[in-house]
Design a protein around this ligand. Structure first.
Ligand code: GH3
Ligand code: MG
Ligand code: MG
Ligand code: MG
Length: 312
């Protein structure tokens, strides 16, 4: 899994990552008792690239919510088994769906009835027959806002990496999985060297640029399945799946070398930066806290031995 190293590769990978990453298509769950109506609405949304699942009974909605994990729910207001309002109220009571955008779709045009239906805490009431552009735009608007809110909660806004609490949670889950499958995993704790000096010499903005660049380097060179988080200011944590300490050391050493060759520019100066790494291995350290502690101690050794190095 160690990709070949050339400074050019690093810069290319960084360039790719400065452009926004391709978004996953929006997912919409549709609940409508009339299959023809449902497929027409599904078609309108699929035409603009969304992924749509339609169910025809309100009772099917919960299983579909769980399995399909949509970004938005589109509910028919009048259905024989249970009204859209009843369904929306029940869904809203579940903590995990508190933020899920719910839109009604109905032939009901009486504004008083519409207003009363909104009492269930839904975002909008669209009337049938729907204007296609209105459906698409309203769905996009609400679903994208939910995506943004979710991302703010789990990621660090500066780098886009997982934030501290998400990183800790994901590492816990990953180690539990590793334990069940007798899998070797490795933690790497990364800390930028003499970063206070970088800030003092080149300014806070240049410092930020270094942090973002390192984040992108890690994200572009590690596997999709690895966990990469910003643990604190200039400190990052990586959990490498199916990787021994020796493999992790080689990989981190390659990244360390690549990073140290990147030129950072301010208006009048060019500078370089390094980082140090501490590595610890699971199952030698059998849970998150001992693993983190061991990585931290290894990092401390790397700093004490002169920085710009990897210690296990
Ligand atoms: P060492 O090699 O021992 O790690 O030295 P250091 O200077 O990197 O360590 P120290 O922990 O003393 O300093 C870290 C500095 O990182 C202090 C803090 O102001 C800075 N910092 C933390 N978060 C950010 C950030 O988001 N942006 C910038 N520009 N600086 C940050
Ligand atoms: Mg109906
Ligand atoms: Mg630090
Ligand atoms: Mg530091």
């Amino acid at each position: 899994f160690i990709k070949p190293v050339k400074p050019l590769d690093v810069m290319l990978a960084l360039d790719e990552l400065t452009t926004p990453q391709k978004e996953e298509p929006l997912r919409v769950l549709l609940v409508d008792d009339e299959p023809d109506v449902a497929s027409y609405h599904a078609l309108l949304l699929e035409q603009v690239g969304m992924v749509v699942k339609a169910v025809h009974l309100p009772s099917e909605a919960f299983a579909a919510l769980e399995r399909f994990s949509p970004d938005l729910l589109l509910v028919d207001f009048y259905m024989p088994a249970c009204s859209g309002k009843e369904l929306a109220s029940i869904i809203r009571q579940q903590p995990e769906y508190v933020g899920l955008p719910i839109l009604y779709l109905s032939s009901e045009t009486d504004s008083r009835k519409q207003l009363s239906a909104m009492g269930a805490g839904v975002e909008a009431f669209l009337t049938k027959p729907v204007v296609p552009e209105e459906l698409v735009t309203t769905v996009q608007l609400h679903a994208e806002r939910l995506r943004l809110l979710r991302s703010l909660m789990i990621r660090d806004s500066m780098t886009g990496l997982y934030n501290h609490s998400t990183t800790t949670e994901l590492i816990g889950k990953s180690l539990a999985h590793a334990s069940r499958n007798d899998e070797a995993q490795t933690m790497a704790m990364i800390d930028i060297d003499s970063f206070k000096e970088v800030n003092d010499t080149h300014g806070h903005l240049a410092g930020d640029q270094v942090i973002v660049t390192l984040a992108r380097l890690l994200q572009s060179r590690l596997r999709q399945s690895d966990i990469v988080g910003r643990y604190g200011g200039e400190e990052f944590v990586v959990l490498l799946k199916q990787t021994t300490a020796g493999q992790a050391r080689d990989l981190m050493d390659t990244l360390r070398e690549d990073f140290s060759r990147i030129d950072f520019h301010t208006s009048d100066q060019c500078f370089r930066c390094t980082f140090s790494v501490g590595i610890s291995a699971f199952p030698r350290h059998a849970s998150t806290e001992p693993l983190r502690l061991a990585a931290d101690q290894a990092l401390y050794r790397a700093k004490a031995l002169g920085r710009n190095r990897v210690e296990v």
